[in-house]
Every structure is written in C-alpha cells, then in structure tokens.
Design a protein around this ligand. Structure first.
Ligand code: NAD
Length: 451
C-alpha cells in the first residue's frame, strides 16, 4: 500500500500527501485559516515559524497543511459561586494540536490575557517540543482567562474542579494529560486529579503531571523546567568559551521556572544582577542574594520592595547588559522595538514564545546565542513524561534517576539541535523547530491519512 510520502505528485516543486490539498496548489501556504485564530498574533507567530520550517526542510505539503491547525479545540464557560455569594463565569480552553504520537500533553495556564489563539499556539509548540525530546506525546495546552491573584483559594478550587468537569470528554491518561503552567501549580493539579478520580471511581494519578509527590508526583518535577534551562545555558557558555564565574544574568519572572533558574545560576557562581515579576523589577550590579529574595517573596512581600536593590522599570529588565538573559514569564516580550537594545551573549528562552519573529530576525544578525524555547524549557515536559510513566507502572524513581535522565536527554537534544544548526547553517531556532516538526511529520506520513 502506498504511503502518503509515496503518493507525492511528480510535477510539483514541493511534495504533497494529496490529502486535503490538490496538486494544483502545491506551493501555497496552508489554506482555510480558522477564523477564531486569525486575529491572534501568537497563533500567527506559531504558523509563521511552521512555514519557515516548511520552506527550509523537505516537509510534505499535505502534512504541512494538517500541522497548521489544531486537531481539536474546546471552549467552555465555567460558572462558579464566588465567596461574596454571586456567580461569575470564566472562559476556559483546551486545545489539542496533535494526537499522532500518543496522548496530547501540555500545561494549563491561568492568566487574564489567555485566549483561544494563544492556547492554540502553545499547543503547537508543545508538539514540536515533544518531537525534539522524542517523547511519545502530541502537543496540547489549556487555559482560563482569569487573574488567579484576584481569586481566593476556595474560588480557585471551584474554578479548577468545574473546568475539569467541563473538559472531561476530551481528557484522559491516554487522551490528554495536563500539567502546571503560568498561574497554576501542583495544588491545581491535585484538584484536577481528585475531580477526575471521583468521576472514574478510582485514584487516577496519571491524569495529570506536576502534582504533589504524595499523590504520585515525580520528585524533581517542580524544578525540572528550570534545571533543563540551566543544562542548556551551561552548554552554551562552554561553546562560547565564557567563564561561569564571570557571567552575569538577568531573569524576567520569579515563579516556578524563573526562581529555580535564579537559584541554580547563583549556585553555579553566576551573578544575578536583575530580576522582575508582575509587581515590578529590581537591579543590583553587585548581585542579588537569591536566597534572601526568595525569603522576602515567600514572606508575602512584593518582589519590587526587596530592600537590597534599586527599582527599575519592567521594560528595562530586558535591555540590561548581561551575559545570560532569561525571559521566564510571558510570550512576545522581545519585539522589534527592544531587540536592537538587547545586550546579552546568551538568550535562554525559558518562557514559551518570548521572541517575536521580527525580533528574531534582528537578533539573528547579532552575536546573541539563542537557546530557543522549544528546546530550552523542554525539561518540564520531559520530567512530566517520567512522572506519567511512573504512575502507569506504579514504580517510582529516585531523584537522582530523574535528574540524571533529564540531564542526559537535555544534552542529547541540545547537541542534536546544535549539530543540525551547524550542518545546515540554520539558526538554533530553525534547527530546533525542524527537528520537532520532522518527528511529527514522519509519524503522520507513516500512519497515513485516515480514512
Ligand atoms: P509562574 O506562574 O510560576 O510564574 C510566572 C512569573 O512571571 C511570576 O513571577 C509572575 O509574577 C511573572 N510575571 C507575570 N507577568 C509578568 C510581567 N508582565 N513582567 C514580568 N514578570 C511577570 O509560571 P511558570 O510556570 O514559572 O511559567 C513561566 C513561563 O515558563 C511561561 O511562559 C510558561 O509557559 C513557561 N513554561 C513553564 C513550564 C513549567 O513547568 N512550569 C514548562 C515549560 C514552559
């Protein structure tokens, strides 16, 4: 039986799987854009990146068409009783980009700016990330348009449980597995796990990852994304022949990922000279004591009130000269406007999508070494995979095993990307995206187009 690959149209300059696309329109970009995504700059950015990959590698045109849209998207209204007695409803999303490689996998985000296009872009990036790391997952993402800081713990619990109930039809340990992201944490995952378990009638820890260790969570998962970032940064410093002890770092975001990155860099002798979070930004050229800053924040004080540093504007954080710049908060913060002012040697994209395509072009003409998001922050989903495997097998790993395996897989991925970049004269981003897209594309071609 002919595979989709074998069905290539001989007279076209780009191959097509002859799926929804005929040989008469071989070189076009994917068509029939989905109207609800059209206005999302983040989704457009993800599609632009996919198009860039398609132009650089021999991507089957039919597969390109299929990968340019999410497989499934669900929008739900989530009404909850607020503490004050009235009812408020929030809008939630779950998008599954690809189901080809296994269950879909991706975080759940609580942020006021969450919309369907952003979630769809993040789901697409998750597919490439799982591809780069060679994990048996497709990409997914979810989110609720809400400011979690405005809600009480009780309200957050009711919101999370009702959201779980609303998306029940499309999630499952073999269908779609959630994890924490911006504005959510291991407690959020515990509520999802409990709600799902109550529905199916037995404890089902494998429905989420990033949950508390006592509920089947994986040791080291909380630190995994930050640790993965650090492993990549250390490889980049070595490649650039830069001394760790003379390096300085600036980190945007002091949450799960940003705080771990700060602490791990500081432990390795890097001077952290500026940090920011949603409350503001601080700088101290002599270095910020991260343990003291963590105590300050954990005591419920605002990061920007930390007394041993000067306050700077949120915008200044990204243009502060340093060796290592780590955006670890939101997407699209490095733009055509501030990219020319960026003064770092290594840009470690801990956040998803922090650099717009326009900024990417500007930075690619500078001496900034970019560790692209789909590689840089892939430690999180990698240890999520370890957690899922342990829950299914009911066989727990030690923290050493987790960290050793994470280190091994991150280094392998980093050097695969680096080698491809050198071999094909690709940027690190193009190399990383190409690896991720290729893996999914190969699987799609092998499976063929149903029916
Ligand atoms: P988090 O909610 O724990 O922390 C987010 C941090 O960003 C907080 O300190 C918050 O105050 C700060 N922030 C919010 N708005 C800001 C602004 N305008 N300026 C500066 N700081 C701001 O979230 P997280 O889990 O650390 O995720 C951070 C980023 O990393 C996100 O892009 C997320 O998608 C990505 N990521 C997270 C994981 C994970 O395992 N948690 C995995 C892969 C990628």
């Amino acid at each position: 039986m002919a595979t989709e690959q074998q069905k290539r149209t001989p007279n076209t300059s780009r191959p097509s799987d002859k799926g929804s696309r005929s040989a008469s329109r071989p070189n076009d970009r994917p068509h029939n854009p989905i109207p609800v995504f059209e206005n999302s700059p983040t989704f457009q950015m993800a599609c632009q990146q996919l198009n860039m990959v398609a132009e650089s590698i021999d991507l089957d045109a039919g597969v390109h068409e299929r990968l340019s849209k999410p497989k499934r998207a669900m929008v739900v209204s989530i009404p909850i009783r607020m503490d004050a007695g009235h009812t408020e409803s929030f809008i939630g999303y779950r998008v599954q980009h690809s189901l080809t490689s296994g269950p879909s996998k991706g975080g759940l985000r609580y942020h006021p700016a969450v919309d369907l296009g952003e979630v769809a872009a993040l789901a697409m990036w998750m597919s490439w990330k799982c591809g780069i790391m060679n994990l048996p997952f497709g990409g997914a993402k979810g989110g609720i348009s809400v400011d979690p800081a405005r809600l009480s713990r009780g309200e957050l619990e009711r919101l999370t449980r009702r959201f779980t109930e609303e998306v029940l039809a499309i999630i499952g340990p073999r269908q779609d597995v959630m994890a924490p992201d911006l504005g959510t944490d291991e407690q959020t995952m515990a509520w999802i796990m409990d709600t799902y378990s109550m529905k199916v009638g037995y404890a089902c820890p494998e429905i989420v990852t990033g949950k508390p260790v006592e509920l089947g969570g994986c040791v080291g998962r909380r630190e995994a994304t930050g640790n993965g970032v650090i492993y990549c940064v250390m490889e980049a410093l070595a490649e650039l022949d830069l001394n760790v002890n003379e390096a300085t770092a600036v980190v945007q975001g002091f949450g799960n990922v940003g705080s771990v990155v700060c602490q791990e860099l500081a432990d390795r002798g890097v001077r952290i000279i500026a940090v920011s979070d949603r409350t503001g930004a601080i700088r101290n050229a002599r270095g910020i004591d991260i343990a003291a800053l963590t105590r300050h924040v954990n005591a419920g004080k605002q990061l920007c009130d930390y007394p041993e540093a000067e306050r700077i504007s949120g915008a200044e954080i990204l243009t502060t000269p340093c060796t290592i710049l780590v955006p670890a908060a939101l997407e699209r913060v490095i733009t055509a406007e501030n990219a020319p002012k960026i003064r770092c040697r290594v840009l470690a994209e801990a956040a998803n999508g922090p650099t717009t395509p326009e900024a990417d072009v500007i930075l690619s003409n500078s001496d900034v070494f970019i560790i692209p998001d789909v590689l840089c922050n892939a430690g999180g989903v990698t240890v999520s995979y370890f957690e899922w495997v342990q829950d299914i097998q009911q066989f727990l790993w030690s923290e050493e095993q987790v960290n050793e395996k994470l280190h091994e897989l991150m280094l392998k991925a980093f050097h695969q990307v680096r080698s491809l970049a050198k071999e094909r004269n690709f940027s690190m981003r193009l190399a990383a995206l190409s690896l991720g897209v290729q893996k999914v594309a190969k699987e799609k071609l092998r499976r063929g187009l149903y029916p």
